[in-house]
Ligand binder design. Sequence first.
Ligand SMILES: [Zn+2]
Ligand SMILES: [Zn+2]
Length: 789
Amino acid sequence: MPRLRAVAPVKDITTDMKLRITKKHITRFFKRLGLAVIGLFILFLLLNLIFPLKDKVEYSTIITDKNGEVINAFLTRDEKWRMKTELNEISPLLRKTIIAKEDKYFYSHPGVNLFAVIRAAFKNIFRMRRTSGASTITMQVARALEPRKRNIGSKMIEMFRAFQLEWKYSKHEILQMYLNLVPYGGNLEGVKSASLLYFSKNPDHLSLAEITALSIIPNRPSSLVMGKNNDLIVQERNRWLKKFAGDKIFTEKEIEDALAEPLTATRNTVPHFAKHLSNKLFKKGDYAYKTHLDLNTQLKTEKIVEDYIRAQRLRNINNASVVIIDNKTHKVISYVGSANFNDTTDAGQVNGAAAVRQPGSTLKPLLFALCMDEGFVTPKLMMNDIAVNYNGYAPENYDQKYNGYVTAEFALEHSLNIPAVKELKMLGKDKLVQKLSACDFKQIERDKYKLGLSMILGGCGTTLEELTGLFSAFANEGTYISPSYSDKDGLHKKVNVVSPEAAFMINDILSKVNRPDFPLNWQSTERMPKIAWKTGTSYGRRDAWSIGYNKKYTVGVWVGNFSGIGVPDLSGSNTATPLLFKIFNTIDYDSDEEWFTQPKDCETRMVCSETGLVPADHCHHLIMDYFIPLISSTAKCNNIQEVLISADEKISYCKNCAPQAGYKKKTYKITETEMQAWFEENRIAYQKIPAHNPDCDIIFKGNAPAITSPANGSEYLISKKNKEPLQLTCKTSSDVSKVYWYIDNKFYKGCSPGEKQFFVPTEGPVKISCTDDKGRNRDVKIMVRYVNL
Ligand SMILES: [Zn+2]
Ligand SMILES: [Zn+2]
């Protein structure tokens, strides 16, 4: 009994113990497993840090047109066509087919398909041969990123890399990488390059048959060559399609259609359109640029430019560039850098649209508009077009002639230089420079401290791109919006260049057809859309410009030689404008002729036709003119003055010297001293006020200007080789606002009393006179000798 009693408890204890051990073991096993997993995970993170993914991929740069069609592409540095497929180009069909063929469990495995690995390992051991098939899409990406010899070691590394990829990227991104890196024979990598070069379409437009055909090439790239072994590819393709049918991935109809589809693919060449713009964008370094080019318009423009220049070559004019901006979207829709990119004799690969050249007169419309906004210019304002000299700078007109009195609009239409220089002097050169800098004129911004008054005549550096952008502001109510060359240009920069009112007045002046720079021999104006345009010709006739616009487009044209050689026949009106017209006739042939409407703050008023100023009582000839209320000058016409004269009309008096009786009042048309000189030189009659009373104390005995340089009675030696000018300066009483210089009784210049003037005297005795605005005069006499120094 005691034995029995003793046995029973022992038995109980063992079962209990066994139970306890099993429970303990299981918990311990799971704890250990957990620890192992955590350990492996920490190890993975550690290795991930030590051996980071080498996932930098260099893609071919592709340039697309406004519809997203590839129009140009550039090889990678390792000479591959590796074009990036964007996520939106991976169609559901493409994704479904690739996954069905390559990696059915892609969306459920962590980068490595453990089941497939074990199965492959068994097969390898028992059949003693290696099979691939355990490679997931992720592992194939890993292999494409770091190609290695195929062995067990590489496989292990690939698996590790696959985990890293899954850790870092989403399934979508990994599939995208696969589609970008998979080799398709030759130097083609990625489905985008393949679909483009074999099927001439983007990957999202591929059919099931095409995708399947493409997807078998990576398996045997050397024997399955598109265009060469198409029959073999179709065989293999159909084998896969039938397999898909068995797997019930696609409908019967889909498979049937795909099986029936012929394969006509051959290896195409990469398109190379719009080369100058493509090169310009490629240099910026991104891999994809969607331009705003309409390929049809681009090719037409290129053809017009090429044909036009072919006809100009006899005159030694060998190149041209064109930029076209859509004024509503501010997008560059056409861009031609040279007459023919492939022409090596005339440096066709040079991009003339981006080259810095002298702009001739093309900046004048901006200057006139700025002066309108300052209030001192209106279209009918009378200006003096006669010789001037600013500290030795004496601009001349294009034809070396002066026109005397001209209206501002005449001056702009005829592109007169003197009124432009005078306006720039009044406006201040810095204001013009600031506006141009704000409108992205790079060279002008760089040279801003060096530029002088001559910049308005072309003495500065600009590009066709910049000028075309600036002119588009006139079509956009005076607001400059930086032109966009591609989708990468991002937000547009906005600059209020001139007011809508000034822009409207400029548009009105520049759209008149009856003007001197209308091209000779141009007849086909019938269907020509209405445009505003400005021409320019640079010094030495090296550059011919014509930039035109209407509501729809701004077209910039440059014609010249990249060698910089000037050509006597070259001019903005006769060389560049015909090309501008041809382009407008092509891109805007059936235009609705819609023109700019007069802004509400631009009003009309009657002005005196002789001065362009608000009429006074004496003004009889009035004309209509535009003006900006509260901005434009409201100065009254003052060209008629009442003068006291003697009965015989030989002497004039001031209030101080007029006799008690024996005088009469007469009105005279006032002619400024500088204009009097010009009239006399050109033998044009004008109304002269009789000489002032010689007995007048005020005029002749008062404070006449004191000439401080040159010194009276001195002898000046001037080097024959280097004729340095003499300085003219004077001191006047404080009531004087203008003085007039005369050399040997001939009017030389008018200026403010403090302003220095310069002149180069002739040899021998020279008389220099200075008269102030009150008529007080002083003379000095000097002797000039020319010597060999
Ligand atoms: Zn008047
Ligand atoms: Zn007097």
